[in-house]
Design a protein around this ligand. Structure first.
Ligand code: NDP
Length: 475
């Protein structure tokens, strides 16, 4: 008999699948201590490299807004004609800091915009979706990507065991196993904000938004075989490609585009638009051109400017805000928590992380606080000594939430197959063959019962998907 799972305090856990949310679509409640504990604990599992996205490459650049989207947002960074300095850090997800670049994996696409209204961070990936939709499952998922506690080896069995028990992962698994799962270089990937965020205009009206960065170098990928040869020769192939191209003045560019959904549309949408395992179909929510992003400057010091770079989706600016996406809600907590642990309490004072605007805060002491401020009696708030005060003009529009607090089963009533089918149907025969062959490679040594459970999921996407994988596996 399996033992009952407990908190580290010994309390039995009744539900380890669904976080406690106000309404089915979120947001997540702060009283969900088990969720917070899981996330906080995960952030403390490695010292000092990042638990995920440990291997990264970064460069500075500029975001230029070429179109007028002021009807959606008042954010200065998104007004036509605005040019904003940025840092973009690319990464693989699973490998440690010494891992090879040319590995099949999702690529991180983390942006920090140094805007006139403070830092805006868009911490996305080269895929528009993710493996899980509830952060309660995030630490479990990441465990499957890391090493077996005894063998210290990566485990194909762990990955497919989890995925085959988590149908919501199918969309991201299919992208990962497709040609796009092994990019030729960081210059040849798209970036997606992935989560749904909101834009707020000067009338204080809210619109839901998805952010896209489409590579102008074109999508280019390599096969598993090509990757083997590259890794045998150069473990830093993507870092080298990025650095050398920028050094040569061959600056990579992306088209910056958005999709917009009104609140009315969101309420009527056939799927949950705040679900990170779903895209917004382009046909229903067309792409809107906003501007161009260019990388044009290599870091001078990798450690100071890339390793210590601390990104968090909690960094927003007036006119850009969050959504009820359960994963986003958790990352708003989890990312700054990771940075406080990894870099230190005052990580935002480091040059690469510091906003270009004046920071007026009553958060004071703590390790590595090197600022020597002018003496002031205003070290608490409210005070009678002219300390900084709040400004109600920055209040966001209210967000209408409904529903009882409960652990809503996120797998009930969620169609995990249609969008994967749409993707599968988009693939050429050659892409499908690559998909089947990549899955075969990734299923090496996985027990038959787990393989069969996963094939049953492929079958629900498309019989051709299941049959292709079976044929590749010789089943
Ligand atoms: P569209 O035909 O309008 O869009 C298809 C998108 O799929 C394009 O953006 C294309 O990117 C991308 N794509 C093509 N091949 C692959 C691949 N092997 N792996 C990942 N992405 C790929 O259709 P819909 O908007 O209705 O979406 C259909 C399906 O396409 C979705 O279910 C989703 O799986 C996938 N998709 C959708 C995106 C979206 O935001 N709507 C974004 C990315 C993928 P490109 O134009 O750069 O070639």
């Amino acid at each position: 008999m399996k033992k009952t799972m407990t908190t580290t305090g010994g309390y039995p856990i009744a539900d380890n699948q669904n976080s406690l949310t106000a309404g089915e679509r979120g947001p997540v409640l702060l009283q969900d201590y088990q969720l917070i504990q899981k996330l906080a604990h995960q952030n403390r599992e490695r010292i000092p490299e990042r638990v995920v996205h440990a291997k990264g490459s970064g460069a500075f650049g500029v975001l230029e807004i070429t179109e007028d989207i002021s009807k959606y947002t008042k954010a200065k960074v998104l007004q036509k004609g605005e040019k904003t300095k940025l840092l973009l850090r690319f990464s693989t997800v699973a490998g440690e800091r010494g891992a090879a670049d040319a590995e099949r994996d999702v690529r991180g696409f983390a942006l920090k915009f140094y805007t006139k209204e403070g830092n805006w961070d868009l911490v996305g990936n080269n895929t528009p979706v993710f493996f899980v939709r509830d952060a309660y499952k995030f630490p479990d998922f990441i465990h499957t990507q890391k090493r077996d506690p005894q063998t210290n080896l990566r485990s194909n069995t762990a990955m497919w065991d989890f995925w085959s028990l988590s149908p919501e992962s199918l969309h991201q698994v299919t992208i990962l196993m497709s040609d796009r799962g092994l990019p030729k270089s960081f210059r040849n990937i798209n970036g997606y904000g992935s989560h749904t965020y909101s834009l707020i205009n000067s009338k204080n009206e809210r619109f839901w938004v998805k952010f896209h960065f489409k590579t102008l170098q074109g999508i280019e990928t390599i096969t598993n075989k090509e990757a083997e040869a590259i890794v045998g020769n150069d473990r830093e192939s993507n870092q080298r490609d990025l650095f050398e191209n920028i050094e040569k003045g061959n600056f990579p560019k992306w088209s910056f585009e958005i999709q917009i959904m009104s609140d009315e549309q969101a309420k009527k949408c056939s799927f949950n638009p705040f679900d990170l395992t779903k895209v917004w179909p382009h046909g229903d929510y067309p792409m809107i051109k906003v501007g161009t992003m260019t990388l044009n400057e290599n870091p001078k010091n990798y450690f100071a400017q890339v390793e210590q770079a601390s990104f968090s989706p909690s960094n927003i600016v007036p006119g850009i805000s969050y959504s009820p996406d359960k994963m986003l809600q958790a990352r708003i907590f989890s990312y700054p928590d990771a940075q406080r642990y990894r870099v230190g309490t005052h990580y935002e004072d480091l040059p690469v992380n510091r906003p270009i605007v004046e920071v007026n805060t009553y958060n004071l002491d703590g390790s590595m606080n090197y600022k020597v401020k002018e003496p002031t009696k205003a070290f608490y708030e409210p005070n009678s000594f002219d300390g900084p005060i709040e400004d109600a003009s920055y209040l966001e529009p209210d967000l209408d939430l409904q529903g009882a607090a409960s652990r809503y089963d996120h797998r009930v009533g969620n169609d995990d197959f249609s969008q994967v089918r749409a993707l599968f149907n988009l693939m050429s025969q050659n892409q499908k063959e690559q998909l089947f062959s990549n899955i075969k490679d990734a299923m090496d040594t996985v027990p038959r019962n787990i393989v069969d459970r996963q094939i049953a999921l492929f079958e629900q996407v498309h019989p051709e998907y299941a049959n292709g994988v079976k044929k590749a596996l010789g089943i």
